[in-house]
Design a binder for this molecule. Structure first.
Ligand code: RNT
Ligand code: ZN
Length: 416
């Protein structure tokens, strides 16, 4: 797109928004500070560098589009390509199975900082921050129960793994002069009618209590619930009813994955409640289709409502925006960029909402006016503001990122 056209369209849009009391410059300044936590696992269908074993834990990446990253250098190259097409500065979210193991078999209860030192150095060299995740799936001891396993030896194995991950996360945060968000998601559950729910949940509670005994300064613990996983349909030990009170009571960050609730449940509606009782929220923005299918995030109603709710709650400083989808059926870098930009665009739409006026109408009982303004807001020229954001950040505006991804496919991923 031509810079002068973007400029001209932006000036008109700015005026139109100003007439509704919305300052586009302020919206752009706020958006500039919203960092996305980019999930490294979109580059290789959640494979990691441990083995060629299958993905377990009730999650599935479908599709076999050619060109997925096969090693640490390719994952890093792909991540940098993605970042080069996103306005703003962002974070990289690593799973433990993405350690720099140098071809050695490093079991998960033996993982150390040295396996992530090259990631920290790489992040620093590229002006990126890091987030982290323990990995309980895709392992011979994963089974259907990890931290809630009645077998003490298995439970202890995963307690050791998770504890080591926390120490690594703290060091990531310390070395990068930042706070590293460490997410714990475990797939623990049962396929069939379950009798010992109380046992599994009390074991999970005890395991977490043990893990959290060590206090760290440079990392935060985030806990992610789920409705069900494939093959674990009857019971999920770490359900929303389990983690929400656990986080509230223990001052932990609650992770809300937009694919982890019943289809008609609104994740946006959870924001205000969670923030009244938990310190912060970590988001996993994804697009569930019929189940937790992790389709590429789009600027759809769910994503928009979530972003609008965060802005309406004035909670951007307490919400961390992470992505979590994995689509292997289309160009993976393309999928990555579509979802990341869709999330940023949704946040921009939210920041351009005439919230003050809407709130005023609502409090005065002027429901017609509120609904009318909301509806008109949908056709305001937000795209012109988005293009300006891209222009100012020196990244492709509009559809200009499509040929960039085609070029990367031609020159890099198609040769893998
Ligand atoms: C699974 C959870 C979890 C994973 C990642 C890979 O349903 O959403 O966050 O997607 O840890
Ligand atoms: Zn998730």
């Amino acid at each position: 797109m031509k810079a002068e056209n973007i400029q001209a369209a932006y000036e008109l849009a700015k005026e139109q928004y100003a007439a509704l009391g919305v300052d586009t410059e302020k919206a752009l300044a706020v958006l500039q500070k919203v960092q996305l936590s980019l999930h490294c696992w979109q580059t290789d269908d959640v494979q990691g560098f441990e083995s060629a074993g299958e993905l377990t834990g009730g999650i599935q990446a479908t599709g076999n589009y050619p060109g997925k990253a096969r090693n640490i250098d390719e994952v890093r190259a792909d991540l940098l390509k993605v970042c080069s097409l996103l306005p703003g500065s962002h974070r990289i979210n690593l799973h433990e199975i993405y350690g720099d193991f140098g071809g050695q078999a490093v079991d998960r209860d033996k993982v150390e900082l040295r396996h992530f030192q090259s990631w920290i150095d790489w992040a620093r060299a590229n002006g990126l921050k890091l987030d982290f995740n323990s990995t309980s799936f895709s392992h011979p001891l994963s089974g259907s129960l990890t931290l809630s396993n009645p077998d003490k030896a298995i439970r202890d194995y995963w307690i050791e793994h998770t504890s080591r991950c926390r120490a690594i996360a703290d060091e990531m945060g310390r070395q990068l002069d930042d706070i590293c968000m460490m997410n714990i998601w475990i797939h623990d559950g049962c396929k069939e009618m379950t009798v010992n729910r109380m046992l599994y949940r009390s074991l999970l509670k005890d395991s977490l209590d043990t893990i959290f005994k060590t206090r760290y300064e440079h990392m935060r613990d985030c806990l992610e619930s789920k409705v069900f996983g494939i093959g674990l349909e009857a019971c999920t030990v770490g359900s929303n009813d389990f983690y929400l009170p656990y986080c509230a009571k223990n001052d932990k960050v609650v992770t809300l994955d937009t694919g982890h609730f019943h289809p008609t449940e609104s994740v946006a509606d959870k924001v205000s409640s969670a923030l009244l009782f938990c310190p912060e929220i970590m988001l996993h923005v994804t697009r569930p289709m019929r189940w937790d299918s992790d389709h590429v995030t789009l600027m759809d109603d769910t994503t928009l409502e979530l972003c609008m709710e965060i802005v309406r709650c004035n909670a951007l400083d307490r919400v961390h925006v992470g992505l979590d989808y994995f689509d292997g059926s289309i160009n993976r870098i393309g999928a990555y960029v579509i979802g990341a930009r869709a999330t940023q665009k949704s946040m921009l739409r939210a920041l351009l909402e005439p919230v003050a006026q809407l709130s005023d109408y609502e409090l005065r009982g002027q429901s017609f006016q509120k609904l009318a303004l909301m509806e008109e807001g949908k056709s305001l020229p937000f795209g012109a503001v988005w293009d300006m954001f891209c222009l100012r950040n020196s990244v492709p505006a509009g559809t200009d990122f499509i040929p960039e991804i085609e070029r990367y496919e031609h020159e890099v991923t198609s040769r893998r």
